[in-house]
Design a protein around this ligand. Structure first.
Ligand SMILES: *Cc1c(COP(=O)(O)O)cnc(C)c1O
Length: 394
């Protein structure tokens, strides 16, 4: 230990503030993959600090410490996927507990809450947390507020500090899924959240090649509960996958910057397209989310959704882009187009989907790090070619 130094977020993607000696691990600059299930003990009652990889593994620990550092938490736990993280988190609640959640959440989270958590006796009330009076929905058995900022896929921006005040007044936990902006642009714990969730599959990993999930907290009691849960349910991230996500994080800063720059360029192009009726991106000045996002985050990210004039056109675009794949997921170096209506949000009850504005005309785009001009040309080709093919879709 050479003494801790104060680091900015770009540097924290590469170094821990209390980094161990450069000469540990034979001087390896890339943290080694400890591909082991178990560990030898020196004698009874003594341990190297590692006993069995379900509990902890050095590679996973290095990754967890990095993510905790990026989110300014005291602990981060790495799971085998974002859903594994959220599933484990639900274990801190008990039958009869009630949560208020945003109505516009990742479809998989809604599926988990409605089908698994509900079966375990946990109750949910969903609402638009960016505009509705959450306080009126809090009951005697309410234990937490669960939000995503911005929301998926409508990109609404909830005021985290405002919701945190409500949570504190009622002694509730505030849980924020921070997948869309990543810790590079937003740190919910600094704004009053108690728990941050990430699908590490997305921006943290960044390469569309590995599933992972995180829970980060700044509360010791929550960390202890979660450590017990990860050890007991066994959904911790494997050593090699931990290494892949750790490697991905090294380029988080430059990926986020480039992807955001591309997103702005694409929004600018979409604004000139008469067939595009609405664009949902918090970086558009004058929109509801813009001021809130500007206040609570360091950027607007690279996720956007847009509504085109017809479902037929939406389907045509998904079929006719040549560069941009039509695929689920987000946050990777490759730009992807998603159709929330039949993909990520297919399991959300129809009336809720419509109420949220997730119609069959909405496309969600995760903007990657390609040349912006190539992405725009690809979108333009798909949109412009529609009139030649329109007959096909009726
Ligand atoms: C993808 C995603 C999840 C689920 O993560 P997986 O790694 O796919 O299990 C949760 N929340 C958000 C916002 C997501 O985008």
């Amino acid at each position: 230990m050479k003494g801790a130094i104060n680091m900015s977020i770009e540097t924290k993607c590469l170094h821990l503030e209390d980094e161990e000696s450069n000469c540990n691990h034979y001087g390896a600059i890339s943290y080694p993959i400890y591909q082991t299930a178990t560990y030898a003990h020196p004698e009874v009652g003594k341990s190297t600090g590692f006993d069995y990889s379900r509990l902890q593994n050095p590679t996973r620990k290095q990754l967890e410490r990095t993510v905790a550092s990026l989110e300014n938490g005291i602990d981060a736990l790495a799971f085998s996927s974002g859903m594994a993280a959220i599933t484990a988190l639900m274990e801190i609640f008990k039958p009869g507990d009630h949560l208020v959640t945003d109505a516009d959440l990742y479809g998989g989270s809604i599926r988990l809450f409605d089908n698994i958590s509900a079966k375990n006796g946990i109750e949910f009330t969903r609402t638009d947390c960016s505009s509705v009076d959450i306080e009126a929905l809090i009951r005697e058995n309410t234990k937490a507020i669960y939000i995503e900022v911005p929301t998926n896929p409508m990109m609404r921006v909830v005021d985290i500090a405002k919701v945190s005040d409500i949570a504190k007044r009622h002694d509730l936990l505030l849980i924020v899924d921070n997948t869309f902006l990543s810790p590079y642009f937003q740190n919910p714990l600094d704004l009053g959240a108690d728990i941050v969730i990430h699908s590490g599959t997305k921006f943290l990993g960044g390469h569309n090649d590995t599933l992972a999930g995180f829970i980060v907290t700044n509360k010791k009691d929550i960390s202890e509960k979660l450590r017990f849960i990860i050890k007991t349910v066994g959904s911790g991230l494997a050593p090699f996958d931990s290494w892949l996500i750790h490697r991905g994080i090294k380029t988080l800063a430059i990926r986020m910057e480039k992807a955001q720059e591309n997103a702005f360029a694409i929004v600018k192009y979409l604004q000139t397209e008469p067939k595009v009726k609405k664009i949902y991106y918090p970086g558009i000045e004058g929109t509801k989310g813009y001021e809130v996002c500007k206040r609570q985050a360091r950027g607007f990210g690279s996720m956007l959704s847009f509504e085109v004039e017809s479902a037929a056109l939406a389907k045509h675009i998904l079929k006719f882009t040549r560069l941009i794949p039509f695929a689920e997921s987000l946050g990777g170096v490759e730009t992807l187009l998603t159709y929330p209506y039949t993909q990520t949000h297919a399991d959300v009850p129809e009336e809720e989907r419509i109420a949220n504005g997730i119609t069959d005309c909405v496309l969600r785009m995760s903007v990657g790090i390609e040349a912006a001009g190539d992405l725009i040309a690809d979108l333009k080709y798909a949109i412009d070619s529609y009139d030649d093919y329109a007959g096909q879709y009726v």
